[in-house]
Design a binder for this molecule. Structure first.
Ligand code: GLN
Length: 541
């Protein structure tokens, strides 16, 4: 019998209450008290993974070392805990059904009728216990996506009910995250929606153990006591989660409210000494006391939605703190820029980052932005598609190949400087078939990246189908675009730089996925430093 303890986090009243941040904050506190913790997200949608989803649907698609395309909450888990996650940390209804249906086709159910209960629920329970049974964790926190009462959440809720029963007292608990709305006309905080959502949970046989209440105003003791009484939870188990100015404040706020201690007591685990949060709090001090600020343009086509580039925005926060600089990220829609307005749009910036992306929409604006940065010595950082755009721009405006392009954007270009790898040419299924996950890269000496990375061999995460076309490598290098990182096994180009430029780096991989509070990504740290230097030079003039 495994000794792992399980915590389930459900949501009530409304979506977008920040279950992922609450789960990550609790995990951080438990980790800081010496426990080995991981967090898992169960998503009730039918896509097998979010890899085929447009960022407008659920925000950024996050990628793990083992190449899983996952919900963006896994990014928060890694950024808070500084421990890598894997495919096991994100399960969707699509994946559950796919696996059950494959078992049925193999005849594994021995002639039985395959049903939601027990077959789907058993599959869910197994997926939750995979992490617990690995022996790597003392505590597994499982976040159930969606809101209690949703039709699609029901099999998950039933699985939680069964697991609570299987595990017995003190081995699992349910934290229900809910909203306490404030009615300004009445000048009052309202508990009724929470009472109803706790009741909905009870209809499925689950009594919440702890309530975490999102609120814009302080909850009085009287109101907490009322919630405890009517929702049938212990008095100390009503936790307030008031709006924070940064998500990185939430662990300390949860600590003040006692979320970690009540959790440990209910799980019969030792509370022990105060959590060790020195590194975390040093980061917060630097983040909140910047000595200067820089303006960095984030050029992409999903910029109107904050969540589309979540990991990039968070990596800037980590790198800003490391440099003691406030990074103001200015979102610039790539469809709204062209040669006629580019200098106006970018003139107040200290650096630009061209974002990852797919498809043709907005790419000409990105190429224009690259040209501006290259010609004006403005620090440039291109990630994935942003690196590909830098290669195209150089081929067009320096090599003089006017129609140079990626074969993703133009099948008929006479100069496909970015094109499909041979093994991608026969791919027909779009889901899970890109170059994904962690790949090695060998760094060339005497380059920007060799000073930034301490190692000659690095590992970074990928998510793309198209590649730098090796056929043009000699020409591009002779013309001044240096290759400073390649895959040691395949020779694929991973990093390009312009040695004549103060800071111009394009990477085929996604460094943003690996930036954490404890380990800000060195490329982002170096880029923010270059932006700061640029800003000092321009203000000194
Ligand atoms: N669309 C490009 C490719 O598939 C870039 C992908 C990305 O930016 N993540 O290669």
């Amino acid at each position: 019998m495994s000794t792992t303890k399980y915590i389930f986090v459900t949501g009530g009243v409304s979506s977008s209450l920040g279950k992922g941040i609450i789960a990550a904050s609790l995990a951080k506190l438990l980790q800081a008290r010496g426990y080995r913790v991981t967090i898992q997200k169960l998503d009730p949608y039918i896509n097998v993974d979010p890899g085929t989803l447009n960022p407008y649907e659920h925000g950024e698609c996050y990628v793990t070392d083992d190449g899983a395309e996952t919900d963006l909450d896994l990014g928060h888990y890694e950024r808070f805990l500084n421990v890598p996650t894997s495919q096991a940390n994100n399960v969707t209804t699509g994946r559950i059904y796919q696996s059950v249906i494959e078992k049925e086709r193999r005849g594994e159910f021995l002639g039985k009728t395959v049903q939601v209960v027990p077959h789907i629920t058993n599959e869910i329970k197994e997926r939750v216990q995979i992490l617990g049974n690995s022996g790597d964790f003392d505590i597994v926190i499982t976040e159930i996506g969606g809101t209690v009462g949703d039709i699609e959440s029901l099999p998950y809720i039933e699985s939680v009910r069964q697991m609570k029963w299987d595990l017995g007292a003190n081995n699992s608990l349910v934290i229900h995250l809910t909203l306490i709305p404030y009615l300004s006309a009445a000048g009052e905080l309202k508990t009724k929606p929470t009472q109803h959502s706790v009741k909905t949970l009870m209809e499925s046989g689950i009594q919440a153990d702890i309530l975490v209440c999102r609120t814009e105003h302080e909850l009085s003791q009287e109101l907490k006591d009322k919630l405890a009484l009517f929702c049938n939870v212990e008095k100390g188990a009503v936790i307030q989660s008031i709006d924070a100015s940064t998500i990185y404040d939430v662990p300390n706020m949860m600590r003040e409210e006692g979320l970690d201690t009540i959790t440990l007591k209910k799980l019969n685990l030792e509370v022990g000494e105060a959590p060790k949060l020195e590194v975390w709090n040093q980061f917060l001090t630097r983040h909140k006391n910047p000595k200067a600020s820089v303006n960095i343009g984030l050029i992409g086509k999903y910029v109107e939605l904050q969540d589309s580039y979540k990991s990039i925005l968070e990596a800037f926060i980590h790198a800003g703190a490391a440099n003691e600089v406030k990074v103001n990220v200015e979102p610039i829609h790539s469809e709204h820029i062209d040669a006629s307005n580019i200098s106006e749009e970018l003139k107040n910036l200290d650096a630009i980052l061209v974002a990852p992306g797919f498809g043709e929409r907005g790419v000409e604006g990105k190429i224009e932005a690259v040209r501006y940065a290259r010609e004006n010595n403005l620090p440039y950082f291109g990630i994935c598609l942003g690196m590909q755009m830098a290669v195209i721009e150089y081929a067009r405006n320096v090599l003089g190949y006017a129609d140079a392009n990626s074969s993703e954007m133009s099948k008929n270009t006479s100069h496909p400087v970015i094109n499909l790898m041979e093994e991608q040419k026969h791919v027909t299924n779009m889901g899970g078939t890109m170059r994904l996950g962690s790949w090695e890269c060998k760094i060339e000496p005497n380059s920007i990246v060799s000073t930034i990375y301490a190692n000659e061999i690095i590992n970074e995460r990928h998510r793309h189908r198209y590649e730098y076309n090796d056929h043009y490598r000699d020409e591009l290098e002779k013309a001044g675009m240096r290759t400073t990182g390649t895959n040691p096994k395949t020779g694929l180009v991973e990093i390009i730089e312009l040695p004549e430029h103060p800071w111009f780096v394009g990477v085929q991989y996604h460094p943003e996925y690996k930036s954490t509070v404890a380990n800000p990504h060195p490329l982002f740290v170096g880029f923010v430093k270059a932006a700061h230097k640029y800003s000092k030079q321009t203000t000194d003039k």
